[in-house]
Design a protein around this ligand. Sequence first.
Ligand code: F6R
Length: 587
Amino acid sequence: MCGIVGYTGKGNAAPALIDGLYRLEYRGYDSAGIAVEGENGIQIVKRAGRVKGLECARGLEGHAGIGHTRWATHGAPTERNAHPHAYHGIVLVHNGIIENAYTLREGCLARGETFVSDTDSEVIAHLIAAEYRGNLLEAVRAGCEKLKGSYALAVMCEKERGKIVCARKRSPLIVARSGENLLVASDLPALAGEAEAYALGEGEFALLDGDITFYDASLSPIQKVRTEFDASTELADRGGYPHFMRKEMAEIPAAMRRTREEAEKTLSLSPLYEVLCQTEYIQILGCGTAYHAGLCAKTFLEATCRLPSEACVASEYRYRDPIVPSNTLAVAVSQSGETADTIAAAELAKERGARLVAVTNSPDSSLNRMADFVLPTRAGREVAVAATKSFNAQLVALYHLSEALARAKGKPFSPLPDLSAAAEETLLRSERVENWIKSFQNARTALFIGRGADFCAALEGSLKLKEISYLPSEGYPAGELKHGTLALIEDGTPVVAVLTCARLAEKTMNAVHEAYARGAHVFLVTTFLEYAGREAVRDAVLLPPCDGLLSPVLSVIPLQMLAYFVSVARGADPDKPRNLAKSVTVE
Ligand code: F6R
């Protein structure tokens, strides 16, 4: 979380920093700030809120600077807590969490030092200032030795003009050269189009001072190989759509098609095939939407391959002392490939003997680097905080992995259909959910219900709605309503029922009637025309024909669309919901 940038070169630093921060806003947008080294020292401008608040600083003169866009962890999202933080001539930006910040701060306070923010980051400036003996690089290293937790740092010093020192531990940092300009960024989008980029390794340091020098943890200079980055990391634009989310939903069919092609290629590789032959248990690890993709895959896997499997919330898995039976295949699912909880869960699964497959949308991600096998999703860059096309692509990849498993295990399996054309059709049919928003706009709560795979889709629909429209909602197994949640239903409560599994359809309709009888406005997402016309149903999206086990890849589309329309109708920003960030790199 948080995005950091740095610039030192011949041009003006401020515009480069601000433009870089715009491209990193997906990492957080609670506050932003830059520090620019001018003729009269380092000048800092910070604002609460989004990067656009820094436009007033675009004209600052100076050829070196650092910048930050924040997702608040310690301390409210105020200007006072915005980065850069400065202490006695040391100025820095930080991404990560310092776990021993409180103890370190107590030490500084005992020495009579004062703090101006509530952040964990400010103490790093104090530590470095205390270690400073005329060499910024050495002071940063000495300061870092005292830190527990995660950090990516870009540090400047009033006394060492034009220099930036970088350090990293468990938070990503990229350093790049573009002609005579040297750059730092948390991630590639901030460097879009730059020629020569290097990913700073764990515990390494970089000194930007006319040129880039890399150092290992003991400050011995090291050579680094230039990192080849995927061209799809280029800066995205909205392509004429009002929001990235809307554009990314329109890209679902293409994302599914590309992912299918990729899966067919990747899964034919023999080393993975051998592992699949031995696999007896599957643990799918992920957070949020990626976890929901895991739930859908588990339902599919068990039904088709008859292999025991579980979908695990990665942030829970890492703390539950998980049992990892022999011949377990761990499948870590993550759009970004940088989610701290998913990485930690995957590490633990590996430590306990599982083989690891990473299903990510980011070829250069940490998760890919640690995995035994990578099964890429080819959704293309996703900018909106709410995952849409990446979810559909994850499902396609996971369904293909299930098919490969079935084959490796000699289980009968009908070839997977290409559902991208059906997704295209579903997008068109989903437009009608714009008519549903009257029931949602002023509701106090909303419910999404389903059984089996439909329940998994319902969970994702509910997450999407609450995430971007701030309307409390629950995804619930349809049969469980009567065990408590039915009490939430009052006159006009919107209930969306997902109904695509023939075997379960009548059962789900029971819950629909129970909700309707209590005043609910019931909407249906279904593959069955006969249910769409029932009196209890206010309106329905009829999906193209699809096997009920694969249907979440289609049924989620009207739910994503509904969340989008409700968000816009309620005056929220669907691309940048409050309190969230696209890449969750802290625990
Ligand atoms: C919801 C959403 C999040 C992410 C979660 C995991 O729309 O996007 O729930 O799915 O933070 O992120 P990744 O997939 O990058 O690991």
